[in-house]
Write a protein of this length. Sequence first.
Length: 318
Amino acid sequence: MSIFANTRYIKMAKAKPFIKWVGGKGQLIEQLEALLPADFTERENITYIEPFVGGGAMLFYMLQKYPNIKSAIINDINPDLTLCYQTVRDHPTELINSLKELQSQYYALNTEEERKLFFIEKRDRFNTKALSTIENCTLFFFLNRTCFNGLYRVNKAGKFNVPFGKYVTPTICDAATIYADSELLQRVEITTGDFEQTFDKVRGNTFFYLDPPYRPLSDTSSFNDYTKEDFNDEAQFRLKRFCDRLNEIGVNFMLSNSDSLGKNGKDRFFDDLFADYKIERVWASRNINAVASKRGKLTEILIRNYLYDSKQKIRIAL
């Protein structure tokens, strides 16, 4: 039987990220799309690659919007995350059944203290890593939906350590989204490891969207605690050299990162590092800071190695 036999779930569903993710690009999709190559819709048989897939907002949007993307490769260094993508793709029904059961258990708890103890128990269980694929992914989903702000953060030992988020009835099982995502992911290759390994996936007309762990804007802010390995400035330099390799073989790329210059007006880290490429600034909202006064809008940078973008094409047409 087809994994999509239960059509009542996917009839009206739209593929979208199945988890919450810090720095997710859902709010920036229109700005990102406007900066795609001007001829993107005319290109044939595109191979689309994301070396840092994260929540996958851009991936799901691109695969639904552009039928000329014939294949896609996604990668992440976080094995729990890539295992979830593989499980959503290959075993959606088993995952949904497991999530439904856990959701029912959580909803049956009557007090915040009971829910907190349940959360801690499942977090400890997740950190044992002695789990089946379905249980590992079920707990990944559960922790993502019930921890503080949907953060994914681990300590130096690789243990998930985000505190309880005090949610009463979060959506732990979204069957419609899982089925819709599973259908779309059938044409996606999923790999786990360092971003540089995706260079070997270049074939034909390839486009890269790179959304690495952002460089912190201050000593107390960090978006790079997804794994026990730091994505420090040396990693940013290595990423720049990776982009140079793509440029040398004629592959177009777009890269997102934090805007250190926009933050304090003096830190030219990215402006100097990527001086040979085109840099744009876009506005984004960030709401993950525990201090409400530190949330709000800020600029991010988009770096690319092509001059003419879709925004200019629309302007010329007008």
